[in-house]
Design a protein around this ligand. Structure first.
Ligand SMILES: Nc1ncnc2c1ncn2[C@@H]1O[C@H](COP(=O)(O)OP(=O)(O)OP(=O)(O)O)[C@@H](O)[C@H]1O
Ligand SMILES: [Mg+2]
Length: 256
């Protein structure tokens, strides 16, 4: 049993099976990648795991608990966080504010204690500020704490997105194309950043990515999807030499 298991996951949109009979066994402490051509069902898989979509058939088991169809905020609380294919930041807010807003998801106080600013809320607020500073330091963004999110260079905006996900203290982190649109230099930085946070935050990581250099360097395991179906699975070396995989990628631009 992995930290996360998907069992026979299937979802249909208007009769089209975007994900079909997918099984995943995500081992604790590993980095697993999901690769495959555009429209293969990769992001849809993330959306099912995080509770955005309920699967037509199948189950998601996280740490032994069936989380299928559970509300997204409850799934976050259980320890699953994600980033999005297209950057989602509060552009006009500072780096610090972007992270502390994400932390509020975990706030224990109810509406009344926070509205009345009761002592419990205040101490939680102070604590969150402290934790936010600490987190920014660990992801090397502290020097930008007061900068607006949209003033950061692109690579750092992507890192801030990951920091927002880390703010909810996940055990499992899902990254949807963390290196999308990056130049080779930014991609190298993202590669080492992913390896660093995995150790530093004791994470299990699931990555969707089209940049094969990054995938091959960070992954313990790779799952290959095509038209909603898993066509191959294995170590980077096994997958690279798999004929079905090569065929699925023929004529497909890596950066598409
Ligand atoms: N809400 C939806 N309604 C209808 N169809 C959808 C919906 N979400 C996804 N799809 C379809 O499901 C298929 C898989 O889409 P998905 O976004 O998962 O692909 P992907 O593997 O992430 O591709 P890409 O690499 O381009 O991001 C596509 O055909 C897409 O159009
Ligand atoms: Mg996608």
């Amino acid at each position: 049993m992995g930290l996360l298991n998907a069992e026979n996951l299937t979802i249909e949109f208007g009769g089209v099976r975007a994900v079909a009979d997918l099984n995943l066994d995500i081992k604790e402490g590993e980095i697993t990648s999901i690769i495959g051509p555009n429209g293969a069902g990769k992001t849809t898989t993330f959306n099912i795991i995080t509770g955005v979509y309920k699967p037509t058939v199948g189950n998601i088991i996280f740490d032994g608990e069936n989380i299928t169809g559970m509300r997204p905020d409850l799934i976050t609380k259980l320890g699953i966080a994600r980033t999005f294919q297209n950057i989602r930041l509060f552009k006009e807010l500072s780096v610090f504010e972007n992270v502390i807003v994400a932390k509020h998801t975990n706030l224990a106080s109810n509406f009344l204690t926070s509205t009345l600013r009761l002592p419990k809320y205040k101490s939680e607020e102070n604590n969150m500020e402290k934790e936010t500073i600490e987190l920014l330091e660990r992801v090397d963004l502290l020097q930008h704490r007061d900068d607006k999110a949209n003033s950061l260079p692109y690579g750092k905006q992507r890192r801030l997105e990951i920091a927002r996900a880390l703010a909810t203290k996940p055990r499992l982190l899902l990254l949807d194309e963390p290196a999308a649109g990056m130049n080779p230099n930014e991609m190298d930085e993202m590669t080492s950043f992913i390896l660093k946070i995995k150790e530093d935050f004791d994470l299990t990581i699931l990555i969707i990515e089209h940049h094969m250099d990054l995938v091959m360097e960070v992954s313990d395991n790779i799952h290959v999807m095509d038209f909603g179906i898993k066509i191959a699975e294995g170590t980077p070396e096994e997958v690279q030499n798999n004929e079905k995989v090569i065929a699925a990628y023929l004529g497909v631009d890596e950066d598409a």
